[in-house]
Design a binder for this molecule. Structure first.
Ligand code: CP3
Length: 340
């Protein structure tokens, strides 16, 4: 099979299809017992990410279990910050950077990213995954968007009210812009590096940009997301996800990308009316719906398919990642409903 014929690639070119491709954000992860087993073997999450053999294995687990149409390389948006010189830890409470960026000098100490030198394990995982994937399954690479990475670097972890990030942005604007310049090139290079190692689609995750007003999004986030995506150019299709970004869709739709991922709060039919003539749209079942019954999962999946009504460019997915308490049988119900 020609890689161009893979269902996800065809959907991103907005070709008419008999059914939409289906894959899920965080399809590999803690809700799968086979993932828990390999993670234990690796000794921790970061150890797992840095072990290409085991990372490739957990990337392939949901493909074997469900026969999904796309695979996303098992890694994390935060590893480029570690590769730029920031100590990174993961524990039960999530990720943390014990020495966050607080001064202009801290920003100057970051190293520009050289993915081949410091993120070689991601390239190796991609190659192993491609070798183990069925021919018809597409392979996705990803990165965090510059704004979301800056929020982790300045907050030192997952922000609640962003009481460090916001003053940094407003009062140390020159240092913030310098940081965003560094991050935009790091993200761009990391995406290109992944394409060189087998990624056929790239996805940019802007998890925290949805906390901004449209004006601040245009001022503090959008130009650098654009710059990162421009590094990729027309090498492969680009997907952008701004979690909680319903109020930013017009801005996000203007980025150089072929597809937008919608969170569950956005009515997908209306998004197709507005953007469907020029963009592919991915989404957008509420991840919490997978905590309901199988019948309800199937019903809500059909509701999304009805709202899209067979328009080209649809990729069926969740509106955010699979939650850790999800019953694996409910994921199967989603996939079955998508195929029916
Ligand atoms: O299957 C996949 O989707 C691919 C792998 C993937 C992971 N993280 C693995 C992971 C992807 C695409 C990500 C992206 C990511 N990481 C984002 C953007 C998407 C989003 O969720 O908004 C963010 C913000 C992160 C940072 C991060 N990594 C957090 C906040 C956490 C802790 C919270 C949580 O869900 O546990 C992680 C850990 C993480 N990344 C896990 C996985 C499977 C859980 C780790 C574990 O304990 O095994």
């Amino acid at each position: 099979m020609d890689s161009e014929d893979r269902l996800l690639l065809r959907a991103l070119r907005r070709e008419p299809l008999a059914r939409p491709p289906v894959w899920l954000m965080r399809q590999a992860g803690r809700y799968l017992p086979e993932y828990q087993e390999v993670r234990r073997q690796a000794g921790g999450f970061l150890e797992l990410v840095k072990n290409p053999e085991l990372s490739a294995e957990v990337t392939l687990q949901p493909i074997r279990r469900y026969g999904l149409d796309a695979s996303i390389v098992f890694s994390d948006i935060l590893v480029p910050l570690e590769a730029m010189g920031m100590e990174l830890r993961f524990d039960e409470r999530g990720p943390s950077f014990p020495t966050p960026l607080r001064t202009d000098d801290d920003v100057e100490r970051l190293r520009p990213l050289d993915p081949a030198a410091s993120l070689g394990y991601v390239g190796e995982t991609l190659e192993r995954v491609r070798a183990g994937l069925p021919d018809e399954v597409a392979l996705i690479g990803f990165c965090g968007a510059p704004f979301t990475l800056a929020s982790y670097a300045i907050e030192g972890g997952t922000g609640r009210s962003f009481l460090e990030l916001r003053p940094f942005m407003y009062h140390r604007t020159a240092a913030f812009e310098r940081l965003m310049d560094l991050l935009a090139d790091a993200v761009g290079r990391h995406l290109v590096y992944q394409v060189e190692h087998g990624a056929e689609v790239v996805m940019l995750f802007d998890t925290w940009a949805g906390t901004l007003t449209p004006e601040d999004y245009r001022r503090f986030a959008l130009p650098w997301a654009r710059r990162a995506l421009e590094h990729v150019g027309d090498r492969v299709p680009r997907l952008v996800f701004v979690h909680g970004g319903g109020h930013l869709l017009d801005e996000v739709a203007g980025l150089p990308a072929e597809g937008l991922a919608l969170d569950h709060r956005i009515p997908i039919g209306a998004a197709f009316d507005r953007y469907g003539d020029r963009l592919a749209l991915m989404g957008n079942l509420d991840p919490a719906a997978l905590l309901s019954t199988r019948e309800d999962v199937a019903r809500r999946t059909r509701a999304i398919l009805d709202a899209v009504h067979g328009r080209p460019g649809h990729v069926l997915n969740l509106g955010h990642g699979v939650l850790k308490t999800t019953d694996p049988a409910n994921v199967a119900a989603l996939v079955e409903a998508a195929r029916a």
